[in-house]
Write a protein that binds this ligand. Structure first.
Ligand code: KG4
Ligand code: ZN
Length: 347
């Protein structure tokens, strides 16, 4: 399977093959990611028009490289999987148009993949099949959502953030502390040297259903914008330029509050749905404290916890190829008039 991913600011392609082993169904033959971070860093966030233009420049070379690294030719492929949403529509269209053209030229089936299905399957790609039912938290720059996976390839949304995604909160707090972009890895690093109880920051616990999503109970939802505002207020009220120690303390405290919200809600969901495992995927799953706390809590509660490798945590195309293989084996291919959908819902 050739996987292609261009939903945000990485142009990625990958060749993933089936192993024949039901517990470890897929093996990565190559995974190439061309990151646009240096381009967007200058602006403090992703600039959509610059992103789509850069995808156009990079896509041919990235796919060529993935085939070469994977010792594969077009004739070796069984299908082409591509992210068709959610994401930036101009960026999505570059990968989708390329995938359609390649599938038509090589006479291969096209498989449209939801970006978050890719993040969820990154867990299986790295760890093998998880004990089901599983609770999976997808936590990235664009999403913070809990899913129940009761059988392979079926994803039921349980909750999501009411406002900012966790990664977005990291990026915004890093920006207001003058730390640069993307904020997650920088805050993660600085947090290690700070005191995580140094300042008072609020934790948000929602108890009522969201008017915009009455079908969800709401008490497993997330909210991070109040936390970001509290950091902003703290910085303003300091009235002086913050020292390195003060910044490290803010990072450590912010990180403790975010990570504990993510871990608590995941274990609450696991208890409620009697899950046999918990997985956490997406860019924020690269976070060192989140990884450590999940492991400790999992061992204490005797629920195995899973994270992807660091390479598979952030956006990549191997996870898209894996989710594509899941659909391919279920007989699900896409028509050639498949469109990009910026707000695609995972069903
Ligand atoms: O999954 P991803 O690559 O792209 C999206 O689909 O959004 O996630 C990127 C997000 C960014 O917000 C980035 O700050 C965050 O993941 N991130 C981290 C860490 N590494 C990346 N957040 C916290 N700690 C990290 N170590
Ligand atoms: Zn992502």
């Amino acid at each position: 399977m050739l996987g292609i991913e261009t939903s945000c600011d990485e142009t990625a392609a990958s060749v993933v093959e089936e192993t024949g082993d039901a517990n470890r169904p897929w093996r990565i033959r190559s995974s190439v990611v061309a990151s646009q971070v240096p381009i967007h860093r200058e602006w403090g966030g992703v600039v959509p028009e610059l992103a789509s233009r850069q995808h156009i420049r990079d896509i041919c070379g990235v796919v060529d490289r993935a085939l070469r690294d994977g010792s594969a030719t077009w004739a070796d492929l069984g299908a082409v999987a591509v992210t068709h949403g959610p994401g930036l529509v101009g960026s999505l269209l570059v990968g989708l148009s390329f995938a359609k053209a390649a599938a038509a030229a090589a006479n291969l089936p096209l498989i449209g993949v939801h970006h978050l299905a890719g993040h969820i399957e990154s867990l299986v790609l790295h760890n093998g099949e998880m004990p089901l039912p599983a609770i999976v938290l997808v936590v990235s720059g664009g999403h913070t959502s809990l899913y129940l996976v009761d059988r392979p390839g079926r994803y039921q949304v349980l909750s999501r953030t009411r406002d900012d995604a966790a990664g977005e909160a990291y990026d915004k707090v890093a920006k207001l502390l003058g730390l640069g972009y993307p904020g997650g890895p920088i805050i993660d690093r600085l947090a290690k040297t700070g005191n995580d109880r140094a300042i008072a920051l609020p934790t948000t616990r929602l108890t009522h259903a969201d008017r915009n999503a009455p079908e969800l109970k709401g008490d497993l939802d997330f909210s991070f914008s109040g936390l970001k505002t509290a950091v902003l207020r703290h910085v303003k009220s300091a009235g002086h330029e913050l020292s390195r120690t003060e910044i490290a303390d803010i990072c450590a405290t912010f990180q403790r509050v975010v990570v504990s919200a993510l871990v608590e809600r995941s274990f609450d969901a696991a208890r409620r749905f009697q899950a046999r495992s918990i997985g956490v995927a997406g860019g924020v799953s690269a976070n060192s404290r989140l990884r450590a706390d999940l492991k400790v809590r999992g061992e204490a509660r005797e629920v195995p916890t899973f994270v992807p490798s660091l390479h598979l945590s952030t956006d990549n195309a191997a996870m898209i190829a894996a989710a594509g293989l899941r659909k391919y084996r279920a007989g699900l291919t896409s028509p050639m008039d498949l469109n990009a959908d910026a707000a695609l819902v995972l069903t």
